[in-house]
Design a protein around this ligand. Structure first.
Ligand code: IPM
Ligand code: MG
Length: 360
């Protein structure tokens, strides 16, 4: 790949602070990568009047991967029309325009942080991935409207076989590199879209005889995640269920500030285009204080290097640096136990860079 290009979208809240450190790490392990910064979210709305400027979209369409911080915050929560809100007009519109149909959220406990998990010790070492369909379902189905003078509201959940197949293949392929188990989550006892989902996943599974497939209803899955999260390897689900379950799964490690995510455009070979972002949001309450944990964004850089740039060695270096820094006891405020000393966002970046400079 000749000089890969990464577009960086810092966005709102703590987004710019965490992205700054992640970009330092990216440049340290992949100095030939060209990095271009663009506006998104509330920051774009304030600067140029739209949460997803055409110029930003054009840059994303011309690059190999996108690194995003976070969008949204109280300042923009009441903006009308809703298409101008950072989440809807910025992030959701970008996912749709870039056709990012598969969202991967790995949830893995770092042994050094296991004590932070809300679960009993024997359950705390979670290692699962949520694969969430990202550009269909109730998030994007039409009509979406008010009727009868505003007293009735309609959202539409719609799925096609093609949409389900595309994301199901991602889950099965991923499981084949892991513990070979896919749990497909739906509400097939009630919803027609879920019955289509289940049939389609079942059919796709016949191409992967080595993978064990189980179906689970979403309410049961929510319970099993808390009761026995170690039974899960890859959880495959639709857009709205995936939104809810991935937050639930994320908190099991006790360290939301550690979780990366990838949103991929499937069906284009082994190094798909993708957008990478931390699973936490814009955290407006600590924005600007220099306290945010940049590690979820740094680990998103590792996913970006491995998946869209096909640089597994560079990705490994980043992940090992994170592990070593944690093992050495370096903590941001969100990771520190009571009474434990902690460092700021930039100092965490410094610690990673110092570790990487040792050439490991
Ligand atoms: C996520 C977020 C978004 C979603 C919001 C910000 C629109 O919660 O990425 O999970 O619901 O998809
Ligand atoms: Mg969410």
């Amino acid at each position: 790949m000749a000089e890969p290009k990464v577009v960086v979208l810092p966005g709102d809240g703590i987004g710019p602070e965490v992205v700054e450190q992640a970009v330092r790490v990216l440049i340290a392990v992949a100095p030939d990568v060209a990095v271009e910064e663009r506006l998104i979210g509330g920051a774009a709305l304030d600067a140029v009047g739209h949460p997803l400027p055409q110029e930003t979209l054009d840059a994303c369409l011309r690059c190999n991967a996108v690194l995003l911080g976070a969008v949204g915050g109280p300042k923009w929560d009441c903006i009308q029309p809703v298409e101008l809100r950072p989440e809807v007009g910025g992030l959701l519109a970008l996912r749709k325009a870039l056709r990012l149909n598969a969202n991967l959220r790995p949830v893995r406990t770092f042994p050094a942080l296991a004590a932070a998990s809300p679960l009993k010790a024997e359950n705390a070492l979670v290692d699962l991935v949520v694969v969430r369909e990202l550009t269909g379902g109730i998030y994007f189905g039409r009509p979406r409207e008010r009727r009868e003078g505003g007293r009735v509201a309609v959202d539409t959940c719609l799925y096609s076989v093609d949409e389900v197949e595309a994301v199901a293949h991602v889950a099965f392929r991923l499981a084949s590199q892991r513990r070979r188990r896919v749990t497909s989550v739906d509400k097939a006892n009630v919803l027609e879209t879920s019955r289509l989902w289940r049939e389609t996943v079942e059919r796709v599974s016949s191409a992967y005889p080595e993978i064990e497939l189980e179906h689970m209803l979403v309410d049961n899955c929510a319970m099993q995640l808390v009761r026995n999260p170690r039974r899960f390897d890859v959880i495959l689900t639709e857009n709205l269920f995936g939104d809810v379950l991935s937050d639930e799964a994320a908190v099991l490690t006790g360290s939301l500030g550690m979780l990366p995510s990838a949103s991929l455009r499937t069906g284009q070979g082994s190094s798909p285009f993708g957008l990478y972002e931390p699973a936490h949001g814009s955290a407006p309450d600590i924005a600007g204080t220099g306290r945010a944990n940049p590690l979820a964004t740094v680990l998103s850089v590792a996913m970006l290097l491995r998946t869209s740039l096909a640089r597994p060695e560079a990705a490994d270096r980043v992940e090992r640096a994170v592990e070593r820094v944690l093992d050495a006891g370096v903590r941001t405020a969100d990771l520190a136990e009571a009474g434990q000393a902690w460092v700021g966002t930039r100092e965490m970046g410094d610690a990673l860079l110092a570790d990487l400079k040792l050439g490991r």
